[in-house]
Design a protein around this ligand. Sequence first.
Ligand code: ADP
Ligand code: MG
Length: 318
Amino acid sequence: MSEQEKKIKSLEELGISSTILKKLQEVGITTIEALAAANPYELSQNLAIPLPTLQKLVAQARAALGLGFKTALELKKERASLPKITTGSRNLDSLLGGGVEVKTVTEFFGEFGSGKTQLCHQLAVNVQLPPEKGGLGKKAVYIDTEGTFRWERIEAMARGVGLEPDKVMENIFYVRAINSDHQMAVVEELKDLIPKENIGLVVVDSVTGHFRAEYPGRENLAARQQKLNRHLHQLISLAELYNVAVVVTNQVMARPDVFYGDPTMPIGGHVLHHAPGIRVQLKKSRGNRRIARIVDAPHLPESEAVFVITDVGIRDPE
Ligand SMILES: Nc1ncnc2c1ncn2[C@@H]1O[C@H](COP(=O)(O)OP(=O)(O)O)[C@@H](O)[C@H]1O
Ligand SMILES: [Mg+2]
């Protein structure tokens, strides 16, 4: 992305006529990001704007966001320079290649009590740290689908990293999603909230719970997967277009009936298997120790990291 391109921040700056601007607004396209993600064919039909005009505008929006062709070397430099959020454990950070990355969906999956929710809390605190301390100096959104968010943990973890607890809590936008439709609607709303409130991290804990409850059994598997895929697509484009880290959790049940392969393979298969991003399996170990392992990442070496859950948060073992 050139400096020139970076400067374009609003639709007005693309030189769009006020008539077209108004029509776009009517269908909720008010930002460069939204225009870049739009389908010019659909828009042309719905808004009675000539297709070539829309194709040009969408292409301009994509170029402004650096979404055109780039070389592999540019890609390498871009990826290497992506900011990361520390987990609180050096071991876990290095397993993740430096921490939880922006522009990426990171999934933590594992059994009940494996530390998924504690990690989400910790990241919602740590994203607020200044960059030199492993944060982004930004705020967090916490979408809670299971009612397991505890402000008391945020308070303790904030103290643990030397931040003022009330300030940290003020910078976490919490929402309890009551069902999968609500969960998806909330993500749509984030397109306004992220730029307005300088959000750097979006947590969905858990991403799969409502979908599993609403579409139980094998007979509903296809419908569930279809809707979940739409949700994941929402989250992926949120991460990529709005420059945030997206962290999701996925509870899997241990399966005593499985003799071969992985006994914590979730029933119904890995729902998030095909989504891009990083998938991290968490396992309980002795006492407060937990083991993290990256799965399905052909470019990363297979290795494990051990961390502990303490009263003040996620840390390395002594
Ligand atoms: N205040 C605390 N001090 C120390 N450990 C805690 C504290 N709160 C929770 N934990 C640990 O976190 C575990 C729960 O982890 P959690 O993230 O809720 O699991 P999951 O979301 O994967 O089901 C508890 O079993 C406990 O070991
Ligand atoms: Mg949990």
